[in-house]
Design a binder for this molecule. Sequence first.
Ligand code: F6R
Length: 615
Amino acid sequence: MCGIVGYVGSQSALDVVMAGLKRLEYRGYDSAGVAVPADGGLATAKRAGKLVNLDKELSEHPLPAAATGIGHTRWATHGGPTDANAHPHLDNAGRVAVVHNGIIENFAPLRAELAERGHDLPSETDTEVVAHLLAEEFSGCADLAQAMRLVCRRLEGAFTLVAVHADAPDVVVGARRNSPLVVGVGEGEYFLASDVAAFIAHTRDAVELGQDQVVELSRDGVTVTGFDGTPADVRSYHVDWDASAAEKAGYASFMLKEIAEQPKAVADTLLGRVDGSGTLSLDEVRIPPGVLRETNKVVVIACGTAYHAGLIAKYAIEHWTRIPCEVELASEFRYRDPILDQQTLVVAISQSGETMDTLMALRHAREQGARVLAICNTNGSTIPRESDAVLYTHAGPEVAVASTKAFLTQLVACYLVALYLGQARGTKYGDEIRDVVRDLAGISGAVERVLGTMEPVRELARSLAHKDTVLFLGRHVGHPVALEGALKLKELAYMHAEGFAAGELKHGPIALIEEDLPVVVVAPSPRGRSVLHGKIVSNIQEIRARGARTVVIAEEGDEAVVPYADHLIRVPATPTLLQPLVATVPLQVFACELATARGNEVDQPRNLAKSVTVE
Ligand code: F6R
């Protein structure tokens, strides 16, 4: 939430910062602003609403040229999305400008203290206090990094801060606690950003910042210290994707592009992870096999779409390893005093690696002695850095707010973790592992085939655009798929959508069924005369008898559902546990098309931001 950019170099800082903000707009689009030191003072511009409003403002009232600058795109926490609450925030003399991501929990006493000393704080934000405190500290030491360290020691909560000062015009200073901030290292130019996407067009060399660190950028280089001033060890890394990966590449939206990229994302996540003998080698998983053998419980923690991946992981982990597996919303986890010990393996799933709920849950798990394995799509982000081990998904950058390709790769990673655990514990052997991995490898082509048959789904979505409610039903792994289908529709189309376990219908939800209500049913495979399949065919009949308009997602060759499906969506046959990889795709396409038909912007749904960096 909130995107931050800082720049020091020889290019036009404003151009670099604005281009960076464009790439970070997925993090929040309530307002945007920039500040540059110029002509002995600071020049700023900020506007409520999307970045395009700021762009317009800058073309009507250009700022002076500068080679140092900062910028911000906001997801509002304290104070509404107004010009006055937009960042950057300045001190009363207009000498220091600061942008912020996170929440400063003790802003109220700090604000009262500043007001007592005669400061005027006109905005409703928690951020403004930082500008005023920085100005005070800078007047004592004339060193912006030192001033930032002194201020940070007084702050509580989660924050990334980036600041410039009119009296240090060639310097940008940043600080981080819990929220993301990365450094980009170019040739004689340096960048700060919430995400490497902001500077990937200029450099792919990045430096990770640790917890409670302050970074100073100048034309001479980068200096990182702890909040106490001691020099910090940092990790440099090379980003393995380039600027083209974060472009729309001719698609109408990032979401459409990311849906289309799923076959490759699935294949890339599998690449090189199993050898010819069927041995999985997950190099990044640094937990010794001996320790994995001792594991007697797995707990998956995640939020939103990643949580749905976790629900599916439970089926695979318990089936393949016979280890009990719990799945819990990360936001609830630490508040219920969960039972954890050294034999518990906690799997934290997160695309961004920055979700605060998941981060706090994993910290709690580690405090209780559990080992944490992260499944993450973002190299260098906080969640993998704070975990004992990490399995990276290789979806490439996911820009659309609604998660699609990351979800499919999270599923692949969960299956790999389940097999790896099975391998370590001896419940899965080389040939079985090889078979599943071969099935998984085949899924990439199956997803491609699904994508090639989506026109009727798009047509159906358009025809249902006027509806108020859509329900989703599934059994077994189809239940989390139904939950995911409903979540996609809620967040993109702003419709009432709910997912249910089909077996629960008669325990209440069936009362919702009325004439022509669209109900999407994820049917399991009929192969092997599956009991599950027979049950869902009955469920479809029950809702249809009560007037529902049934949309059935069924495997190719499943004839039993045909008489009861008002609309039939075919997906290739897959092993039951892997079916979510193909069954989710039509639901993503359905939600995207329906939202578009309702005139919604699918890449930036209202009220949402991609990385949820506050609890
Ligand atoms: C829904 C969606 C969110 C995220 C959730 C977790 O489409 O994108 O529900 O899945 O906020 O985010 P990560 O995976 O970054 O932890």
